[in-house]
Write a protein that binds this ligand. Sequence first.
Ligand code: RB5
Length: 140
Amino acid sequence: MTLVMGCDHAAFGLKEIIKAYLTEKGYAPEDVGAFSDASVDYPQIGKQVAAHVSEGRYARGILLCGTGIGMSMVANRFAHVRAALCNDLFSAAMSRRHNDANILVMGGRVIGDVLALEIVRTWLETPFEGGRHQRRLDLF
Ligand code: RB5
């Protein structure tokens, strides 16, 4: 599965932790930044990740900002993007099972590193159920 990820300054540390985790698991994620905790405007990063997923260059994306709210707002403006703000495990699993989410968004100022990694693992491993849920996605 191809993966692209990005963050703003508020979640730079978490992005590095997630990137290391994904690399260890063999995902080889593309990182579009930010590359330090210097202040950056989250739409610039969110648009890059969303465009990659929207245009099919990467199957899935992960976006991080302070709350996750701004990044999810930006990403969901792109065609074919279903970005889900998941700061808990249940939402992460359901965003895959029922919504076929293709971008996971989390808030680096909302959750801790251990929970974030568990959310990432759950989100990557949970399949879409299809069926009536596909019919609903077709109504978007
Ligand atoms: C940055 O201060 C903060 O506004 C941003 O990370 C994010 O939370 C926006 O939704």
